[in-house]
Ligand binder design. Structure first.
Ligand code: NAP
Length: 287
């Protein structure tokens, strides 16, 4: 039977630590770390994500604000709103909730966020830093997976690490972080021939695809560590991952559930990035 990696509990511990460190930061500097979250339009899922982020910020003692803009906001208006936040010394993190309405170019908006306030770490400069390994801010979901592995004492060094999914926000940076941790990394995607031949070799398998129960027990080797990033709705509308838990769990040595695995870590890493950005800004102000 696999060890269940309890992301909810681990994220709770991280949040408690961040709350303590935030109290020290605020006492030392006379202001709290500040996060501004911009949401454009009324996508219901995005509204839930943004509400959760705001609540998490309040719990750890950040100064947070949600800027809700109408769906017809132009790209120029959004960029100029970001520019105002970029100039505000008490805003340490700026996050634009994705997806944006179709008339706004995501790349142009991400590029408008100063890299040092880019707490999602999607800006090309931060992406480049992830490639070279000289980073301060990491994309929240892959960073959350690395924290889970660290917490469980699972060291990727020398291991076969297989990542399924190559998105810019999860799969690619995930592969890069496992590579920095000295794993031997294979990155699979929708054009991969014989996916199972790759996944069966994995000591550490990360599924970040967005396909209900794509990874089945016969695709996983005995004793593998299986991390399920997927957040999907099954045929009954129930939240489920990319991994078929019932057939994979008996073979794995450790596995994350959905929900309660990677999901809670993502917000914990957003808080960590915001505190890091605030600390770096404070250090720049002092120097
Ligand atoms: P995405 O941008 O849609 O990327 C999906 C990736 O999976 C693509 O690289 C695609 O390949 C690949 N893929 C699709 N079908 C495949 C197949 N049959 N075999 C192998 N690869 C296949 O998705 P994403 O944003 O990375 O998100 C992935 C999943 O993680 C989603 O369920 C999402 O909801 C979830 N997610 C969870 C969190 C969290 O906090 N837990 C955060 C972010 C995302 P191509 O590149 O060839 O198209």
């Amino acid at each position: 039977m696999a060890k269940l990696i309890d992301g909810k509990k681990i994220a709770g511990e991280i949040r408690a630590r961040i709350a303590q460190e935030t109290a020290s930061f605020t006492a030392e500097n006379g202001y709290a770390p500040g996060l501004s979250v911009i949401i454009v339009g009324e996508d219901p899922a995005s509204q839930v994500y943004v509400r959760n982020k705001k609540r998490a910020c309040e719990e750890v003692g950040f100064a947070s604000e949600v800027i809700a803009l109408p769906a017809e906001t132009t790209e120029a208006e959004l960029v100029s709103r970001i520019a105002r936040l970029a100039d505000d010394p008490r805003v340490h993190g700026i996050l634009v909730q994705l997806p944006l309405p179709a008339h706004i170019r995501e790349g142009a908006v991400i590029a408008a966020i100063p890299p040092q306030k880019d707490v999602d770490a999607f800006h090309p400069e931060n992406v480049g830093r992830i490639m070279t390994g000289h980073f301060d801010l990491l994309p929240c979901t892959p960073a959350g997976v690395m924290e889970l592995l660290r917490h469980e004492g699972i060291d990727p060094e020398g291991k076969e690490c297989v990542v399924v999914g190559r998105s810019n926000i999860v799969g690619k940076p995930m592969a890069m972080l496992l590579l920095h941790a000295h794993g031997t990394v294979t990155l699979c995607h929708s054009h991969t021939r014989d996916l199972a031949a790759h996944t069966r070799r994995a000591d550490i398998l990360v599924a970040a695809v967005g396909r209900v129960r794509l990874i089945r027990g016969d695709m996983v080797r005995d004793g593998a560590v299986v991390i399920d990033v997927g957040m999907n709705r099954d045929e009954n509308g129930k939240l489920c991952g990319d991994v078929d838990f019932d057939t994979v769990e008996p073979k794995a040595s450790a596995i994350t559930p959905v929900p309660g695995g990677v999901g809670p870590m993502t917000i914990a890493m957003l808080l960590k990035n915001t505190l890091t950005a605030a600390r770096l800004a404070a250090a720049r102000e002092r120097s």
